[in-house]
Design a protein around this ligand. Structure first.
Ligand SMILES: O=c1ccn([C@@H]2O[C@H](COP(=O)(O)O)[C@@H](O)[C@H]2O)c(=O)[nH]1
Length: 247
């Protein structure tokens, strides 16, 4: 497995709202060491589409992580905006339901065709990696995270989405239920050293996540807070390569 193939699977979470220049300096620093840059709520609410454009101008692909969750019409129209921005990937909350996901998938296909733009990978967020079984109980759910993840993943597949965002702990069950070719993107990637003030509850190492079948790993703080972020990204790529060989 080449380093490049491993690198393509690593998505850096550009979670920083302090300054546009700082965000772009991370893009310059990590270009060639990660496959995609994830622009989430923290950066997008401050810098907006300009950040997406500048990353693309710098030659990199963007995962727009805004986790749309609203009525079907609103999410479908927002999805059209994401297609028009030319992002490689974006997501919606699967908890928004079947109609919301199906209308989104349809809007993406039609907009891409009409505007002659590439179709982005559209992901359904299952259960956030910051939530565990106790959290679900407190929210009123009577099922486990594993059961809810699987239910939402099947629904996302049936609605025509390209894949899901899920904990690496759930990857094998999702793969078995939804098949090959259904993209599984996993945040909550942690090594032995925990990140200070960490809010992730369902985590796994990069190597194990890939070995279990994750297609892409999302990593933020373990790279961002490392003494040498480039070395941390390169080490994650080596772990990914080991996971691919083991699989
Ligand atoms: O279930 C989810 C969905 C999204 N995320 C996002 O991934 C990154 C993870 O960052 P770390 O610093 O590596 O914890 C972050 O941007 C989240 O918004 C997630 O963690 N879990």
């Amino acid at each position: 497995m080449s380093n490049e193939a491993a690198r393509e699977k690593l998505i850096f979470a550009l979670d920083m709202g302090r300054g546009f220049d700082e965000a772009m300096s991370w893009v310059r620093l990590l270009t060639g060491h990660v496959g995609l840059f994830k622009v989430g709520k923290e950066a997008f609410t401050r810098f907006g589409p300009r950040l997406v454009e500048e990353i693309q101008k710098a030659g990199s692909r963007v995962f727009l992580d805004l986790k749309f969750h609203d009525i079907p019409n609103t999410v479908a129209r927002a999805a059209e905006g994401a297609v028009e921005m030319g992002v490689a990937m974006f997501n919606v909350h699967a908890l928004g339901g079947m109609s919301m996901m199906a209308e989104t998938a349809k809007a993406v296909r039609e907009t891409a065709r009409k505007r002659e733009l590439p179709e982005p990978v559209v992901l359904g967020v299952t259960v956030l990696t910051s939530l565990n079984d106790d959290d679900l109980r407190a929210l009123g759910f009577s099922c486990s995270t594993a059961e809810l993840v699987l239910r939402l993943a099947r629904m996302a597949r049936d609605a025509g989405l390209s894949g899901v965002v899920a904990s690496a702990q759930d990857v094998e069950a999702i793969r078995k239920a939804c098949g090959e070719g259904f993209a599984i993107v996993t945040p909550g990637i942690r090594g032995s050293a925990r990140v200070a003030g960490d809010d992730q509850k369902r985590v796994l190492t990069a190597e194990e996540a890939i070995r279990r079948g994750s297609d892409y790993l999302v990593v933020g703080r373990p790279i961002q807070t490392a003494e040498d972020p480039v070395a941390a990204a390169d080490e994650l790529c080596r772990e990914i390569a080991r996971g691919l060989t083991a699989g």
